[in-house]
Write a protein that binds this ligand. Structure first.
Ligand code: OSB
Ligand code: MG
Length: 369
């Protein structure tokens, strides 16, 4: 694979509804898109999942833009690259910055699948086209608003509901939701809002039969999570803490979690995500595909990844219309009434990229090569 140019764009995309977590509120996304072009003019698309500020992890739109432009794009441009699975190694000299790396790496996978004329999900080794889907619902103004939202998502067919929690919006809220929805697949995500001193709160949550509690403790911890998991019944799921397959191995060995959420950006792309999936499958730890409020391009990559065998639980990959007035891919991502998304049979990510819409949303552009 010879990449002749890397194009970076930042687009602004307002969310249909603001999304609030324990670390902040997002109303408009600042998304970096990457387009790689090979010597025959064939193209691949990737998306950087960094947030608008360094609050989920260290990376954010500006830092990722600078890293992509100054370092990562230069590494892949004008060089004969063995294959997409090799791109991670080429970028190894740059430490961290996994979301920036994943933006380029996933674009190379899309390109490679298109060169081969196969759908990306198949090229990655996916085993089923239809993936189970859940939704992630942010912190709301009132419990009534949350009840309404859950009702709407269940009616749409989603297989599990994840609600965001933070101190003051946790046990009380879960209790209310359970009173109204006694038998749904329900889980919570704390985005690191608690410490081990809150163990009593997590013991209280045990009575509500949650599928799991996602990332209750520090973003970079596995040790305290192991201590917490020993003291509660509900499975702990790690998100922020798992940045590599080594992290997954360590967390599993320590008993820090019983479930892992895989995000392409957080682990550095498809090759790394496959490694995490393999470690978890070997360790009998179910995984599911997390979300980062992606546009259609990142969403399409998530769908492809979630076809791998280890992704046995419903993920946070849901319909485009939950996020955007109009997505940047055609057709938009839609969900069946059974709460599933079916990966397409077209080569690469399987969706057409709507370039004229992207052009209108672009606030800056840079071409390397
Ligand atoms: O922790 O899973 C998370 C969104 C932004 C940052 C972190 C997270 C999330 C979500 C949203 O939960 C998932 C989605 O619908 O894309
Ligand atoms: Mg999470």
């Amino acid at each position: 694979m010879l990449i002749t140019s890397v194009e970076l764009r930042e687009i602004r995309l307002p969310l249909v509804h603001p999304f609030e977590t324990s670390f902040g509120r997002t109303t408009e996304r600042r998304i970096i898109l990457v387009r790689v072009t090979d010597k025959n003019g064939q193209q691949g698309w990737g998306e950087c999942t960094a947030g608008e500020g360094p609050f989920y992890c260290e990376e954010w739109t500006e830092s990722a833009w600078a890293t992509l432009k100054t370092f990562l794009a230069q590494i892949v441009v004008g060089k004969e690259i063995q294959n997409a699975a090799h791109v991670w190694k080429l970028m190894q000299p740059v430490r961290g910055n996994r979301m920036a790396k994943a933006a380029i790496e996933t674009a190379c996978w899309d390109l490679e699948a298109k060169q081969l004329g196969v759908p990306l999900w198949q090229h990655l080794g996916g085993e089923r086209r239809e993936i189970p889907c859940g939704v992630s619902i942010g912190i709301q103004q009132t419990p009534g608003d949350l009840l309404e939202k859950i009702e709407r998502e269940l009616a749409a067919g989603y297989q599990r509901i994840k609600i965001k929690i933070k101190p003051g919006w946790d046990v009380n809220i879960v209790q209310l939701m359970r009173e109204r929805f006694s038998d749904i697949h329900l889980m919570v995500d704390a985005n690191s809002a608690y410490t081990l001193a809150d163990v009593d709160l997590f013991r209280k949550l045990d009575q509500f039969e949650l599928m799991m509690i996602e990332q209750p403790l520090a973003h970079n911890d596995i040790f305290d999570h192991a201590a917490l998991q020993q003291q509660i019944k509900t499975p702990v799921c790690l998100d922020e803490s798992i940045r590599s397959s080594a992290d997954a191995e360590h967390a599993i060995a320590l008993g820090a979690c019983r479930v892992i959420n895989v995000k392409l950006g957080r682990v550095g792309g498809h090759a790394q995500a496959r490694e995490v999936e393999k470690v978890c499958r070997t360790g009998n730890i179910p995984v599911w595909c997390g979300g980062m409020l992606e546009s259609g391009i990142g969403r399409a990559h998530n769908i492809a990844m979630a076809t791998l065998a280890g992704f046995s639980l419903p993920g946070d990959v849901s319909a485009s219309s939950r996020y955007w007035e109009e997505d940047i891919i055609d057709p938009p991502v839609t969900v069946s009434t059974n709460g599933t998304i079916t990966a397409h049979e077209k080569p690469g990510i399987g969706f057409d990229v709507n370039l004229s819409r992207i052009e209108k949303l672009t606030v800056r552009k840079e071409v390397i090569g």
